[in-house]
Design a protein around this ligand. Sequence first.
Ligand SMILES: Cc1cc2nc3c(=O)[nH]c(=O)nc-3n(C[C@H](O)[C@H](O)[C@H](O)COP(=O)(O)OP(=O)(O)OC[C@H]3O[C@@H](n4cnc5c(N)ncnc54)[C@H](O)[C@@H]3O)c2cc1C
Length: 312
Amino acid sequence: MEQELLKIGTIALKKAALNEEAKNFVLQNEMLFKTLKKAAYRYIGGENLDETIISIQKWNKKGFDVTTDFMGESIRNEKDADDATKEFLKLAESIRTTGINSSISLDLSHIGLLVSKELAVQNLSAICEVAKMSNQEVIISMEGTDRTDSILDIYKDTLKRHDNLGITIQAYLKRTEEDFQEMLRLTGSIRLVKGAYDTPNGMSIERGEKLDEIYLEYAEQLLAKNHKCSIASHHEKIHKETTKLINKYKPTDYVLERLLGIRNEELEDFNDNGYNCRVYIVYGTEWYLYLCNRWAEYPLNLFRGIADIVNK
Ligand SMILES: Cc1cc2nc3c(=O)[nH]c(=O)nc-3n(C[C@H](O)[C@H](O)[C@H](O)COP(=O)(O)OP(=O)(O)OC[C@H]3O[C@@H](n4cnc5c(N)ncnc54)[C@H](O)[C@@H]3O)c2cc1C
């Protein structure tokens, strides 16, 4: 019964996230907008870069690595892709001038992938160059299966010119078995996630024990080789098992990573126990979709939302 309710909640919240009418209603209704913003602030560094720098500094002070993402994806015109790129360049420049410790994470479809591969490569290269000045990485997120090939191609190609580049790999995709071995042979860092997007039938492994096992097998290969990596998950079991692998192989170039606002107390415990931890901080004004997605992936988070709204 509970599982059934959670499933219904997930489907409804995913629908709400994609419903333009609902989104416009929220954006135009000042009261509702302000109310939901209180819940959104759990998950975002801020609506602008200045606010976000303060959030990054707070996590740095606690001993955490940070990666920062200016939220957005699936941009379909050159001007918007260039505007997003300018914001990422501003972020990279601020990281350099303030001396904060943060890499940059981004979706290639935010900086031009859906306009042309050339535009995405050009914008990505520009961001890598500025990030390199402060010795920071740029980590590419992985998107839906219709984009996997082009994202991997751009990654492999750009890595030849920019060694401060990393890629995200989705353990739930069956094709990952092959892609993973190829990525392991390259020097770039690998962020391992389970995978968030719906996929066409047969392309992915469902959530559950089998996927957890496969995820941990990939994690073991990364940690045994001390390949620069992030084990990114909100699943306590995954991070607990990972700590056993870390104790066994004693790698140095890894982080346990979570999104800001999701089970961060557990991450603080791992950090207190000496494991390298990273918080993924997103910022921007497009938080409505982001909030709906955080609720949809784990509908019990709605209760946190209600508490945030009532208590703030
Ligand atoms: C840093 C980071 C970067 C990511 N980048 C990408 C990317 O580029 N591409 C991509 O496809 N996906 C990405 N993801 C999402 C990822 O693929 C998973 O969808 C997401 O992490 C949920 O899987 P899981 O392993 O965390 O837990 P699941 O297997 O989904 O759930 C297991 C348990 O974890 C806990 N849990 C899971 N989610 C939540 C939550 N939201 N709130 C509270 N508890 C929760 C619950 O206890 C749940 O029962 C990223 C995730 C992280 C942490």
